[in-house]
Write a protein of this length. Structure first.
Length: 129
């Protein structure tokens, strides 16, 4: 049995709500909630093909509070591609305010201390129309 698919879908939505609240309103609690969900060893591949480690992402985000007032991120087409007891791979579409769209694939790992019982281990973003 894998990680609960509903918990994964819920985590995808709420993490992006946290991010939008930080970038769009500068809500410090939202940033801390976002950071708290990143597993140690987290990394991501940006749409530009750059690998960003956890520390670099956190550093960049700390200076970006309210950088995009009114920011919103719509999440759609959530599909758990694979799951087992200790991890899940999920793909979803992000549509940022202004119409910027990306397909994101993420690996979430089981963690009883994480929100929804998971933390984010890896993200790979791809530009999409």
């Amino acid at each position: 049995m894998g990680i609960d698919h509903d918990a994964v879908a819920g985590e995808v939505v709420v993490l992006h709500e946290d991010l939008a609240e930080w970038l769009g309103a500068g809500a410090a609690a939202a940033l801390e909630a976002f950071i708290g969900q990143l597993a140690q060893g987290f990394s991501m591949v940006t749409m530009e093909g750059v690998i960003v480690e956890r520390e670099g992402l956190v550093e960049g985000l700390r200076g970006a509070g309210n950088a995009e007032p009114g920011m919103s991120i719509e999440i759609a087409d959530i599909e758990v591609q694979y799951s087992r007891a200790d991890c899940a791979v999920v793909r979803f579409r992000e549509v940022h305010r202004g119409g910027r769209s990306r397909l994101t694939t993420a690996v979430l790992v089981a963690d009883s201390g994480g929100r929804n019982g998971v933390r984010w281990r890896s993200v790979h973003e791809t530009a999409s129309s």
